[in-house]
Design a protein around this ligand. Structure first.
Ligand SMILES: NC(=O)c1ccc[n+]([C@@H]2O[C@H](COP(=O)([O-])OP(=O)(O)OC[C@H]3O[C@@H](n4cnc5c(N)ncnc54)[C@H](O)[C@@H]3O)[C@@H](O)[C@H]2O)c1
Length: 247
């Protein structure tokens, strides 16, 4: 087998917000690719059900109830995950508040972008190895489009892209850092929105004629972590079916 397509034996990843949608898909695909996967989420039942599913095909997993808005829970989550797995090679910063969450601008940016910086800082402090990598989940909103129900959302998502480029340049501990910009993805969070006129309009203009699926994003995140992406550093990769392409 081409080693570029294979993760190192025993490598492990933390996925935040692993209980639903993009995080759940990412965790499952990473487990299918042979990674040991730490499932972090606010809602224990959601990650426990995923854990059962992953153990069903022999994956090595660890479950931790971690609210990424709480620095004590982040520290406890890493301590427990490191005890279970040893070195944590990869981090997927996926969890973030829904774009319609009614908070002030600075609260929203702190919740969405500040929390990713806090999780990343705690992960970096554990010590890094060659080949370690991070993927941050941004959005087309704020980076390509003006989307987002509240003004803090596109602002935080472009802050995440900027933070990712900072990490990619400075390379603390030698990591690679990339961000992903999903378009409209049909996740549990989006159920009501998907029924509305705006979502139908977005889909009708998409060259692929459909919304994204969580697996479209999970597979791309897994690729960006993997040795197959060993020279990809600092990109913000849109995964949106080509939504921004026009004639
Ligand atoms: N769905 C889309 O169209 C879309 C588009 C662009 C970007 N995104 C981004 O993708 C990420 C995941 O969104 P999704 O659509 O899969 O949502 P989702 O609601 O389906 O899943 C989010 C998961 O994160 C968990 N979570 C929320 N806040 C948390 C916290 N403070 N600590 C720990 N876990 C927490 C939730 O419990 C849930 O399991 C978000 O960062 C979102 O902004 C989504």
């Amino acid at each position: 087998m081409n080693s570029f397509l294979k993760f190192p034996d025993g490598a492990s990843v933390v996925v935040t917000g692993a209980g639903s949608g993009i995080g759940r898909s990412t965790a499952r695909i990473c487990a299918e690719a042979g990674l040991r996967v730490a499932l972090w989420d606010l809602i224990p039942e959601s990650i426990e059900s995923l854990n059962e599913e992953l153990k069903g095909f022999g994956a090595t997993t660890f479950v931790a109830k971690v609210d990424i808005l709480d620095e004590n829970e982040i520290a406890a989550g890493f301590a427990a995950t490191q005890k279970a797995f040893g070195h944590i090679d990869y981090l997927v910063n996926n969890a973030g508040p829904a774009n319609a969450t009614a908070v002030t601008f600075s609260e929203g940016v702190a919740m969405a972008a500040g929390s990713m910086a806090n999780v990343t800082t705690a992960w970096l402090a554990l010590g890094r190895h060659d080949g370690d990598a991070i993927v941050n989940v941004a959005s087309v909103a704020g980076n390509i489009t003006g989307g987002g129900a509240e003004p803090w959302y596109p602002s935080a998502k472009s802050a995440i892209a900027g933070f990712t480029r900072y990490l990619a340049l400075r390379r603390p501990g030698g990591i690679r850092a990339n961000a992903i910009a999903p378009g409209l993805i049909d996740t549990p969070r989006m159920v009501t929105y998907m029924q509305g006129d705006e979502a139908k309009c977005i889909i009708s203009r998409n060259p692929m004629g459909r919304a994204g699926r969580p697996d479209d994003i999970g597979a791309t995140i897994c690729f960006l972590l993997s040795p197959a992406a060993s020279y990809i550093n600092g990109v913000l990769l849109p995964v949106d079916g080509g939504a921004q392409i026009t004639v």
